[in-house]
Write a protein that binds this ligand. Structure first.
Ligand SMILES: [Zn+2]
Length: 525
């Protein structure tokens, strides 16, 4: 009986010690909360990254403005080693310099339009006027009839989309029921890598892609003066617009190409199709930059102070590059502003972290996570061969934010079961701020994936969706005014606390099993 009692006591004490290991420093959490909520600079940072810097397409002047501003600001706050770190070759920079289009017949009507990135200019130095050629083709074979007929024309391709009113609100927050479902999710087998191959290929999709390829080739060969296009996802003046040409060094410059608002495009299409005389006046000027083809990330550090742990690192970041239709406020100035604010908070509180804290603002995310993937390859490991570099063992965690400007509701574990109880403890002080959910689920499509791919714990937070998928993500409406200060303050507070807790923890965060090499290099005989 006594033995059992003794055993239970030891077990209890062990559990107590173990549990306390991850209990956050409540005094420090209070200080972080106070600085984040009462002395926030997050909207000022966002203002500089959006309104002041402009669109931040990778390798564009706007990106470099924002990157240099961020570097200088981080250094000014006292971070060490602030630099623009080249990660490899990206390709050409590009920016829009003039964009005007209006219908002048049968009556005058200016159109809402944005040039597609990495596309060219309309001919001449002045406004051109022209009628419109409407391409109507069911498939690639039917495009042949247009060969030799499009040079110097303004062309559009028949779109079968129809617009519908929005019956549900553009913005939303996660309901408690949704968060409860996320928290209850169970680990999926092979959650880390979805099975490749044997996926049924959607025949329609393949045909559509083939048609698009033929159409792009036709346009590049024929050299129309201007190509008009629309994206049916956009309505009410919101345009979803991204790239229309290639950025690689040797890519050919495609013709000028404007993404029109769906409303304007469909009206124009109906008029041309009905045989009514239409005239367009337009002037589109874009510029390519080839002086420096390298891509750059912004990096800065708060040095660690514990003799045993200061060589280890906690990383936080988000992508600084954006599309160009607006100023990329929710994608992803918001995430960068929160990360910068988190390190500002920690510096202001004069924390002396045990591990080094490193912030990284990535470029090339929108073109395929280039900045983070190359950083990982240069510093940590090759995801194909899984050859590890010494620093691979030193990074405790990487925290990412890139799901818009919504406040944090919790965190995705990315399949890392062992990190769950740690994060639950760390979220406890912020339960009153709506952030409590820890889900085993994965989330993809952004820079934490680059770290996860080589077995370094990489996490992305759960954020309220707000208007991200309906209105702002990759659109001409992604502007400062769509940011909500209280949401970004809350997120900055949680980021500062997570980074602090990770830096102070006795152990590095638990890791998942190391991914296997995807390809074994041939062994010489
Ligand atoms: Zn993004």
């Amino acid at each position: 009986m006594r033995k059992i009692f003794l055993f239970s006591t030891i077990q209890f004490l062990f559990l107590l010690v173990f549990a306390q290991n991850d209990a956050p420093d409540i005094e420090m959490m209070k200080k972080i909360r106070q600085e984040a909520m009462e002395n926030s600079k997050v909207m000022d940072i966002a203002f500089h990254l959006t309104d002041v810097s402009g669109p931040r397409l990778t390798a564009s002047p706007g990106y470099m403005n924002a990157a240099n501003w961020a570097k200088t600001k981080l250094a000014g706050w006292g971070l060490k080693n602030a630099s623009l770190e080249p990660w490899g070759e990206f390709g050409k920079g590009w920016q829009q310099e003039r964009s005007y289009i209006a219908m002048t017949k049968p009556y005058y009507q200016p159109f809402i339009a944005v040039p597609r990135a990495w596309t060219g200019s309309t001919p001449g130095n002045t406004i051109m006027k022209s009628d419109v050629t409407l391409i109507k083709a069911k498939d690639s074979a039917e495009l042949i009839q247009y060969i030799g007929k499009l040079k110097n024309k303004i062309v559009m391709t028949w779109m079968s989309d129809t617009l519908r009113p929005s019956f549900s609100a553009d913005a939303s927050r996660y309901a408690d029921t949704v968060l409860t479902r996320m928290a209850a999710a169970v680990p999926r087998e092979n959650a880390q890598r979805p099975a490749q191959g044997n996926r049924p290929v959607n025949a329609n999709f393949a045909t559509m892609q083939a048609f698009q390829r033929t159409l792009t080739k036709l346009m590049n060969d024929e050299k129309p003066a201007l190509v008009l296009s629309m994206n049916g996802r956009g309505n009410d003046g919101t345009i979803f617009v991204s790239g229309g040409g290639q950025y690689t060094k040797d890519a050919v410059e495609p013709p000028a190409s404007l993404m029109l608002s769906s409303d304007d495009y469909l009206r124009l299409q109906r008029l041309v199709n009905a045989g009514i005389k239409v005239e367009i006046e337009t002037d589109v000027k874009t510029r390519f930059f080839t002086d420096d083809l390298k891509g750059y990330n912004v990096i800065a550090e708060i040095s660690g102070t514990d003799p045993k742990l200061k060589d280890e690192v906690v990383m936080l970041g988000g992508h600084l590059d954006s599309w160009h239709g607006a100023t990329g406020a929710t994608d992803n100035a918001a995430g960068c502003a929160v990360m910068m604010e988190a390190v500002r908070i920690l510096k202001t509180l004069n924390v002396q972290p045990r591990r080094t804290i490193r912030i990284a603002l990535w470029s090339g995310e929108e073109q395929g996570l280039h900045g983070s993937r190359n950083y990982v390859k240069n510093h940590l490991a090759d995801p194909v061969t899984m050859q590890l570099k010494p620093e691979h063992g030193k990074v405790s965690a990487y925290y990412n934010l890139d799901n818009g400007g919504g406040k944090i509701r919790g965190i995705y574990l990315q399949g890392n079961t062992a990190a769950g109880p740690v994060f639950s403890k760390w979220l406890e002080p912020f339960a009153d701020m709506g952030a409590a959910t820890v889900t085993i689920n994965n989330t993809g499509s952004t820079d934490h994936v680059a770290f996860d791919a080589v077995g370094v714990p990489g996490f992305q937070f759960i954020q309220d969706p707000l208007e991200y998928s309906t209105r702002t993500h990759h659109t001409n409406m992604d502007t400062y005014d769509h940011l909500i200060p209280d949401d970004l303050k809350q997120a900055s507070m949680i980021l500062a606390s997570f980074v602090y807790n990770t830096a102070q923890r006795d152990e590095k965060l638990p890791r998942k099993e190391l991914p296997k090499a995807r390809e074994v290099p041939a062994r010489p005989f």
